[in-house]
Write a protein that binds this ligand. Structure first.
Ligand code: ATP
Ligand code: MG
Ligand code: MG
Ligand code: MG
Length: 561
């Protein structure tokens, strides 16, 4: 590829709208461009990285016997009604109507579509298990699209679904996906920790998030280098009994995959505002809808003994009592719902949002005592979470880090198959609901995660496995009849060996070429300067280490190929 032909419009200045390194650098290197809020074009360089990530995903999926296919992006509203998600998904679901006023949604995920697909065709235990996946654009009307590819409204996801005859087989499929996800992260050059998002009924985990370690990550983590333990600082478990159907305003809302206050607020379509210590979920008018109250405790200093469960809808009096306009958000949360906060005096307060016993549901406006009890043996059982705390598994000190959610795997059980009537005949001929798992990994977000982990002040430092090109050949003067033929010869030689190479054939000053090369971040630069070439050499720069070495022109192709 000739640099003069490459469509990669670079920017000299940091774009004002970008805060994160990945966002800035992908824009500056001419890899992405914004169309509208949360909508990005992937320019040729980004697209090449995306294709490489997809290839890695495909190879790992093929290796575990998952089969690639595609379902339509546009999904029938009727399917979402059948699963029960139409009413509860909230404003994140992009809904639209066709000319006949029939309702559709642009798929944010495709449990419904895949369950519908197999429900009349996977009829016998003999056909199971089956794992299907696709790599496709997803749509989510995120409350706050931001950080470039990190949180966009249209993004590329690999989503997979397994269908099994029994729980054991489902767990097996889940385990295989989990292991494949770890390999995918590693092969993409991403250091990611599998963080338990949800503990299963009988030990083990039923959902794990793959968190790419990066300061820019939204999640706060603790982890242990020695034994591999990793947890969200907000992870905790609590026992709550909810009596459904009690009188009052108890309202059950679906909060699929909600792992944080941010998730729940997004799903409920309410805003978060405030600081780390003071944060509430407010409605469009700015009224607190759900608040979280840590009282006087520093959020980093919350212990199980003074923590208690639930979101709390603060009354005006309480807001006043705490000197708040919008309320607080508390420190510790549960993937499945209940949140933990720190002030004893509020235990008797009135309105709460609590986790339903069923995964992925919350009740809002629940009243303690009337609608639910908290088991007295455990207000909460907090997975304490401060760097320096001792690892609950091996007793060594935990480290702290922030993480980007790169992927997540779930054991779904029969949630969708029961709701949508996807059954099969077991060995005895009895109809049983399919046992499902679902597995998502963000392809475009992975590009951002790679850049977060691999950059310096000058630009991106691509790992070879996902680099748009592997080598850039930089002749320092293209008019020179000593330098130019050597540069061309090296570039051609590399290309013949199957190395992806860009030749900077532009009539630019060396400084400009060096800057662009560092910014775009291809792993190796072959610098062809007059003096070296006259001595029969070129200089190879390793972008990651900055190391430069002179190599004979005759050896450079063999060395880099
Ligand atoms: P988050 O907690 O960041 O909102 P999520 O838990 O809602 O993510 P999942 O439903 O688990 O996301 O989807 C699987 C994967 O899709 C995520 O792990 C992430 O890599 C990617 N993803 C989700 N939302 C977005 C988005 N808005 N932009 C880019 N990638 C996304
Ligand atoms: Mg999440
Ligand atoms: Mg989300
Ligand atoms: Mg998730």
């Amino acid at each position: 590829m000739k640099m003069s032909r490459l469509y990669a419009p670079t920017l000299k200045e940091d774009p004002a709208e970008a805060e994160l390194a990945s966002h800035k650098l992908l824009l500056r290197a001419g890899m992405i461009r914004k169309g509208a809020s949360g909508l990005y074009s992937y320019l040729p360089l980004a697209w090449r990285s995306i294709l490489k990530i997809e290839r890695i995903i495909r190879e790992e999926m093929d290796a575990i016997g998952a089969q690639e296919m595609q379902v339509p992006i546009l999904t029938d509203g009727e399917l979402w009604r059948q699963s029960g998600r139409w009413g509860v998904y909230g404003p994140e679901l992009m809904r639209l109507k066709d000319r006949h006023e029939r309702e559709f949604a642009l798929g944010p995920t495709h449990e419904e579509s895949f369950t519908d697909l197999v429900r009349n065709e996977l009829r016998s235990y003999k056909q199971l298990p089956v794992t299907l996946y696709q790599i496709q654009d997803k749509f989510r009307d995120e409350l706050r699209p931001r950080f470039g590819l990190m949180r966009s409204r249209e993004f590329i996801m690999k989503d997979g679904y397994s269908f099994s005859a029994d729980e054991e087989s489902m767990r097996q499929c889940y385990q295989e996906e989990k292991e494949a996800y770890a390999r995918i992260a590693e092969r993409c050059g991403v250091r990611a920790l599998p963080v338990v998002a949800d503990s299963g009924q009988i030990g083990g985990d039923s959902s794990v998030e793959f968190m790419a370690l990066a300061d820019a990550g939204e999640a706060e983590l603790v982890y242990c280098d020695d034994c591999g333990f990793a947890a969200d600082v907000e992870a905790a478990t609590a026992k709550v009994h909810v009596t459904e159907g009690a009188e009052g305003e108890l309202e059950r809302v679906h909060t699929p995959g909600a792992g944080s206050i941010a998730d729940v607020s997004a799903l409920l379509g309410v805003e978060q505002s405030g600081t780390r210590k003071a944060l509430a979920l407010v409605d469009g008018e700015g009224n607190p809808v759900v608040c979280f109250v840590p009282g006087d405790h520093d959020m980093n200093d919350v212990k199980a003994e003074h923590a208690f469960g639930a979101y709390h809808l603060m009354t005006d009096e309480e807001l006043e009592q705490y000197g708040l306009v919008k309320g607080f958000i508390g420190p510790v949360g549960l993937p499945q719902g209940i949140r933990v906060c720190a002030d004893e005096s509020l235990r008797e307060s009135t309105w709460w949002l609590v986790g339903a016993n069923e995964a992925d549901y919350h009740f809002v406006h629940a009243k303690r005592g009337r609608d639910f009890q908290i088991a007295n043996d455990a207000w909460v059982d907090v997975v304490t979470a401060k760097p320096g705390d001792l690892c609950p598994k091996c007793g060594r000190p935990l480290k702290g880090a922030r993480g980007i959610e790169m992927g997540q795997v779930f054991q779904l059980g029969t949630k969708y198959s029961e709701a949508m009537g996807a059954t099969f005949a077991d060995v005895d001929g009895h109809e049983q609901p399919l046992q499902m798992g679902c597995y998502g990994i963000g392809v475009s977000r992975t590009v951002a995660a790679v850049v977060e982990q691999h950059h310096d002040d000058n630009g991106i430092i691509w790992p070879v496995s996902v680099a748009p090109y592997e080598v850039e050949v930089i002749p320092l003067s293209i008019g020179d009849d000593v330098v130019w033929p050597v540069a061309e010869q090296v570039a051609d030689g590399l290309a013949k060996e199957g190395v992806e190479v860009v030749l900077d054939d532009r009539k630019e000053r060396p400084g400009v070429k060096f800057n662009d090369a560092d910014l775009m971040g291809f792993p190796y630069q072959v610098v062809c300067g007059k003096k070296a070439v006259k001595n029969g050499n070129v200089e190879v720069k390793d972008r990651a280490t900055g190391e430069r070495s002179e190599l004979p022109i005759s050896e450079v192709v063999a060395t880099l190929a």
